[in-house]
Design a protein around this ligand. Structure first.
Ligand code: SIN
Ligand code: CO
Length: 390
């Protein structure tokens, strides 16, 4: 089901060319990016997910209580029974975390940093269904999963682009069609941030949106300074020892500003702190309640491995690492630990593989640090013991 090469996924382009010319800049239509794609999830199964409390779902009705009405899940079977024949869309977020076959699709996107990935949202639309002309602030690959959808691409937008007066959804009030295609299962459209797009279901259809995230400058500034502030003591103060008498006691002079700038600059230039904060921030799980500490008895891991159980990476956990000279820092679901650099090959496996078999892991018993790390990740809930039927 996965494309056999990056060139198939990207319509003949290499990852380098795509990243240089298209990523964040221009849209790209790729016919049969996933050749012969068949949706691993039926519309009914998608609707089933939207009944669950812990799954984020929405329904958009073009002609609801008001134009482009947004309803939020969880929904009931009755909600689905009373929907009109056409012009509505069901959207279910983070299906990759709930359905392993959908999570598998992410393997095709390994040419991008995994910490940039947000989730796979899946929509099901009745004929005519659409979420309206809009733009997103993130990169998205729209993979057609089932049925056909007509996509129109429009102008580049900004925060100031005119919008309909809608309480819940940002729908563009102006849309200039620049390009238009009908996508069939397996076709994929890459849409860069800010580009207006409008997809309308030709028949009943499912679209998989592989979305990427990029923190806003506001988030970076707020969260990084919050992180830094934890380490500042109350005694560290603005200091003006040796200052000149002020020309005017009411004036904020340049010397005062220089002293302040030195405080801010010193904090901002702490690259190690920036790296630690960023790794923790980008690995915070979208659903922290799904990465739960688990009680494990001493010796339990070894005994389970000996019974042949492997470990899976919790699909809701996020892992990343950074190497700086001879230090290795592992980030796991919003936390970090400093490890010996010799652990790099093991850390790379833990971050990149969805599953580690018992035999491989038992081989790590003689390496104290690697074994302890696996035990810690298991107790934090970043790794899980495989289920009986997996
Ligand atoms: C959809 O699947 O209907 C909407 C996806 C998008 O526009 O980002
Ligand atoms: Co969109």
């Amino acid at each position: 089901m996965l494309p056999d090469s990056i060139e198939t996924l990207l319509g003949g382009l290499s990852a380098e060319t795509f990243l240089r010319e298209y990523w964040q800049r221009k849209p790209l239509l790729i016919r049969q990016a996933f050749p012969g794609f068949e949706t691993p999830l039926s519309p009914d199964e998608l609707a089933g997910l939207a009944l669950e409390d812990e799954i984020e779902s929405r329904i958009v009705l073009e002609h609801g209580a008001h134009p482009w009405e947004l309803r939020r899940g969880p929904f009931t079977e009755e909600d689905f029974r009373t929907l009109p024949e056409r012009d509505w869309t069901l959207l279910v977020q983070s299906v990759d975390q709930f359905v392993p076959e959908v999570g598998e699709l992410l393997k095709a996107f390994r040419f991008l940093p995994s910490w940039r990935l947000d989730d796979i949202m899946i929509s099901y639309a009745a004929p005519g269904g659409s979420v309206g002309p809009h733009y997103d602030n993130y990169d998205v690959f729209l993979l057609q999963g089932h049925g056909r959808r007509r996509w129109k691409l429009g102008q580049m937008c900004t925060d100031g682009s005119p919008m309909l007066d809608n309480p819940d959804l940002k729908i563009l009030s102006e849309f200039t069609t620049e390009q238009e295609w009908v996508l069939e299962p397996g076709d994929m459209l890459y849409v860069p941030p800010g580009l207006a797009h409008h997809g309308v279901a030709e028949d009943d259809c499912m679209t998989y949106s592989v979305g990427f995230r990029a923190p806003s400058h506001q988030e970076i500034l707020v969260h990084f300074t919050d992180f830094l502030a934890q380490f500042a003591t109350d005694q560290q103060r603005y200091g003006d020892a040796g200052m000149q008498p002020p020309a005017d006691p009411s004036a904020l002079d340049d010397a005062a500003l220089d002293r302040l700038q030195a405080i801010v600059r010193q904090a901002a230039e702490d690259r190690d702190a920036l790296a630690v904060w960023f790794g923790r921030f980008m690995t915070e799980p979208r659903y922290p309640e799904r990465v739960q500490a688990q009680e494990t008895e001493p010796g339990e891991l070894e005994s389970l491995l000996q019974q042949g159980y492997g470990l899976i990476r919790n699909p809701s956990a996020r892992l990343a690492y950074r190497v700086e000279e001879d230090t290795l820092v592992l980030f796991a679901s919003g936390e970090h630990c400093v490890l010996p650099a010799s652990l790099l090959p093991r850390v790379r496996l833990l971050c990149n593989e969805d599953y580690l078999d018992a035999e491989t892991l038992l081989g790590w018993r003689s390496e104290g640090d690697a074994w302890t790390l696996v035990e810690q990740l298991l107790s934090k809930g970043d790794l899980l013991i495989e289920e009986e039927d997996e």
